[in-house]
Design a protein around this ligand. Structure first.
Ligand SMILES: Cc1cc2nc3c(=O)[nH]c(=O)nc-3n(C[C@H](O)[C@H](O)[C@H](O)COP(=O)(O)O)c2cc1C
Length: 152
């Protein structure tokens, strides 16, 4: 892919540390293992790493607050994208509240990762990014499971 694409088109590689029906599934149990995998992607020409985790605020490994995208960036030096329950106001499948978007913005500004991907919160709020960028968080409607019905 790298060879086929123009030089100014980055190849974004998405990798995951969970499966829908196996939340504990892991491709790497330690930072060293993750480093081996991600270095192979980097050596093959990946330009950006997109780290899929369920909840962006959860540390990827014990002993550090870095999330999966934080580790991807630290291990490779490549820019990384975080994702996982961004903008959701309640947790699904367990009690508790997700970490706030402002907390996420601080981590982004600190350079832990470089981009943020938003999924479900966009379904009921197409203007999510515009409102979040303007700090108008109170105007963003809560995500509801029924919002997924926009796709037949
Ligand atoms: C029902 C459902 C199942 C998902 N299954 C997986 C999965 O097996 N592996 C994975 O990496 N991501 C999975 N995802 C995450 C999505 O691929 C995507 O990263 C996420 O929906 C976007 O972030 P957000 O919706 O948490 O904002 C799933 C998401 C949903 C809603």
């Amino acid at each position: 892919m790298r060879a086929q694409l123009p030089a100014d088109r980055p190849v974004i590689v998405r990798f995951s540390q969970f499966k829908e029906r196996a939340f504990d599934a892991r491709v790497a149990d330690t930072p060293a293992e993750l480093g081996e995998i991600l270095t192979a992607f980097a050596d093959a020409g990946a330009g950006v790493l997109h780290a899929s985790q369920r909840r962006f605020w959860q540390p990827a490994f014990a002993g550090s607050v870095l999330n999966l995208a934080g580790w991807a960036k630290r291990l490779t030096g490549l820019p990384s994208i975080t994702v996982g329950s961004v903008g959701l106001t309640r947790d699904f499948l367990r009690p508790g509240r997700p970490e706030s978007v402002s907390g996420l913005a601080t981590r982004l500004a600190d350079g832990e990762f470089d981009l943020v991907a938003v999924g479900r919160a966009l379904l009921g709020n197409p203007a999510w990014a515009t409102l979040a960028a303007a700090g108008r968080l109170a105007e963003i409607a809560d995500y509801r499971k029924a919002d997924e019905d926009v796709y037949p």
